[in-house]
Design a protein around this ligand. Structure first.
Ligand SMILES: [Zn+2]
Length: 253
């Protein structure tokens, strides 16, 4: 009887100790797995950071859905094109893939700010109006090809953006009034130069910044960037180009 009880107790002891032993091995394996996973996640993050593409001034360049964004701002210039087929989606009037030009199509947020700016100008007796806003990449292709036929490529590049390289594709930019150098000297031109930033707009191709922007001074071409950046670029009247600000080029490759 005693021998039987002894055997049962010993058996129970062996089962308990053995069970605990197996449990601890399994548990430490699990713990190792979790640790390894953590290591891997951490490694991925590090790699991501190392693989980020930055401008010369440290702003991140992201290529997303056919467009380049620098520090979150859509950038279109001679270096950074839009992909063929790209078109703006959130506009005051509907733009589709087949829309060629739309004189007054703007991004919804841009349209709001433009409306406020136009109405404030009007209250001062100034007449500002949009002469040209949206042009599709396809439309620009035909336009540019016409210039190349007449003037050669170098001549065409002086007066027209290559397809995909024009801000007019974005619905974030537009040309005002007479689209000419004379605009700068008009009351409207002067007011726009000094006040556009209060509505989130910039003179996209400032005077004397051709080496940076790739375009000569265009007092009539405005680009919406929002209030914070517009104020920084306005720079108390000494406009800074987006290229200089972000540390990027504007050159055809
Ligand atoms: Zn323009």
């Amino acid at each position: 009887m005693r021998a039987k009880i002894f055997l049962i107790i010993t058996g129970l002891l062996i089962m308990t100790v053995g069970g605990y032993f197996v449990y601890s091995i399994f548990n430490s394996e699990e713990a190792k797995k979790v640790e390894n996973n953590d290591d891997e996640v951490f490694k991925e993050k590090e790699d991501e950071e190392d693989n980020r593409i930055l401008t010369s001034k440290g702003y991140e360049i992201v290529h997303e859905n056919g467009a380049y964004y620098i520090d979150g701002y859509l950038i279109v210039n001679k270096t950074y094109p839009l992909e063929a087929g790209w078109f703006p989606r959130n506009t005051n009037k509907e733009i589709t893939a087949s829309t060629g030009i739309c004189k007054d199509c703007l991004d919804v947020e841009v349209f709001e700010h433009w409306t406020r700016m136009k109405s404030d100008a009007s209250a001062l007796g100034l007449n500002i109006y949009i002469s040209s806003a949206y042009r599709s990449i396809e439309y620009q292709r035909g336009l540019y090809a016409g210039f190349v036929r007449n003037r050669g490529q170098a001549g065409a590049d002086n007066v027209s953006a290559r397809p995909g390289h024009s801000e007019h594709h974005t619905a974030l930019a537009f040309d005002l009034n007479c689209i000419s150098d004379a605009f700068a000297a008009t009351n409207e031109g002067k007011w726009v130069n000094d006040n556009a930033y209060l509505y989130g707009f910039i003179i996209r191709y400032p005077k004397g910044k051709t080496d940076e922007t790739g375009y000569k001074y265009e007092p009539w071409h405005l680009r919406y960037v929002g209030l914070r950046l517009a104020k920084e670029l306005y720079n108390n009247g000494d406009w800074i180009s987006m290229e200089d600000y972000f540390g990027i080029t504007s050159e055809y490759s």
